[in-house]
Design a binder for this molecule. Sequence first.
Ligand SMILES: Cc1cc2nc3c(=O)[nH]c(=O)nc-3n(C[C@H](O)[C@H](O)[C@H](O)COP(=O)(O)O)c2cc1C
Length: 187
Amino acid sequence: MKKVDLSPKISTFPMPVAVISVGTGEDANLITLAYVGKVCFDPPIIAISIQPKRYSFHLIEKYGEFVINYPTIEQLRESDYCGTRSGREVNKWKKLNLTKQDASVIQVPMIKEFPWNMECKVIKRIELGSHICYFGKVVATHSDPIYVKNETLDPEKFNFPVYISSNYLELKKGVLAKHGFTLDSSF
Ligand SMILES: Cc1cc2nc3c(=O)[nH]c(=O)nc-3n(C[C@H](O)[C@H](O)[C@H](O)COP(=O)(O)O)c2cc1C
């Protein structure tokens, strides 16, 4: 197979479109992030990376907590808005008619209208270069029940947008196979 060499800057794929809440009360802000990934199962830890020039940076530094809110495809406009405007200039909650919902463990509010919310407490931060990486321990997760099966995200119902090469994508074809399908006797 012939291959082309690419820049090491090429990322893993797909990345999520995640709208993160940071700050509390009147200070609360929203920022869209694609640099979001699960890095540990027990305890459950998710890493997010934020550039220090973002307005949200000082809020995560100040409060040490954040919420990962996942939008549906229909909420893509709100998600792009939160990733292209700064909380320095606009109150994104008010502009987008989004409601602050009290989280169950942390002080940072969740987005009520978004179907999937994970409350996280920062347990570690690493300055990597362009981004500061925050490791958040997930202390509570909430979902619209239609997306849940066997206490986890139902892959058949999943319709959250994903992000590849500066474009938003919809994952259309659905499940290919179940984890471990090669353990079956035909292999
Ligand atoms: C799809 C998408 C993904 C993004 N991912 C990141 C990211 O992972 N880290 C980051 O620092 N900024 C990321 N951004 C840029 C910020 O969301 C954007 O600069 C935002 O306006 C910052 O808001 P704030 O100044 O209110 O914090 C992303 C933007 C979009 C649209």
